[in-house]
Ligand binder design. Sequence first.
Ligand code: PMP
Length: 392
Amino acid sequence: MSEVRTYLDWNASAPLRPEARAAMIAALDAVGNASSVHAEGRRVRSLVEEARARVAKLVGAKPSEVVFTSGATEANNWALSADWDLIFVCGIEHASVLAPACRSAARVIEFPAGQDGVAQVERIAEFVLRSGAPLGRALVSLQMANNETGVIQPVSQTAMFAREHGLSVHTDATQAAGRVPINFRALGVDLLSISSHKLGGPKGAGALLIREGSEIEPLIVGGGQERRRRAGTENVAAIAGFGAAATAALADLQRVHEIAKWRDLLESEIRCFAPEVAVMGASAERLANTSCIAWPRRSAETLVIKLDLDGIAVSAGSACSSGKVGASHVLAAMGVPSDIARGAIRVSLGPTTGRDDVLRLTAALSAIAQTTVADGGAADAAASDERILEGV
Ligand code: PMP
């Protein structure tokens, strides 16, 4: 087992930024409750409000539109659990969107993605234009970028259509925030979810942005915090870390082309020794940091374990649930055959990733290609084709 680690799993969780650590340590010693009127309380309140302004700036929103949550899972659950009559979702969404949609009392219409990984939002238009009847309270939930493939989704076009037809729109921007510029106002969506730890803040913090003029009933009640929108004493240290990470991530947006350069190097190097690999979503617009590489007839699980032993952290594009390996629901929704999907690993980079990290990974994969024969895929695929809504 190698001692020196190369971390290439930023979409699962980004390393904590030094700015976020410093802000959290400072906030940990701030005495008091942000709801108290005394000086201690006001000082804690100011930390929360400063973080709110920073998060708002990252996504081009007003501070009053930011409601802090425990993460994007809560924000997505909140958005999807409101009192909707009809919900449109694509099969490539994160489980924290799909599961609350399935549990809600609303009628749920799932639309597919193309093989390029782009959600076929035209299916929503077809449905809306075909159904003459009023839709009631209808929501479209469309992620901004996919966590496995990095494919960027047509959110603003969808929002434009939705607005014309009286539908509300939620976007899960968890993977996009800090990786592509976001302007909440210009996007035209009503609700937007983000997570702190994907952009270098602490885990366990996030936000739901609620467009001014939009209403959504609280998910968590029993306190007046967050202007009565989300009850519970604020996790001030995590919120302060989230705010600091948001400011740093905004500055790092300028370095996106550098990250894209390393991602492109990674893909071209791999093609040299394994020309059979397919990059999922390669023909679509993608996040600069994400590469989902499917190696036919290989087992992603085996690849991840071998790379881990070599000191490299990546993730499988498939998920493991109760010890049973199943094809990624994202790749399944894109129509990727299971023998290809089973060999899909996700490599995700960040602002501190460099050429050496990428070359270490490609050298390790090249060694695997030379020393082992294809081992997975078809045989496993027959064992389980079940859809598993997991993955980070
Ligand atoms: N949505 C997407 C697209 C994600 O990748 C994740 C993180 N796995 C989440 C939502 C959930 O975010 P959190 O970890 O903050 O609950």
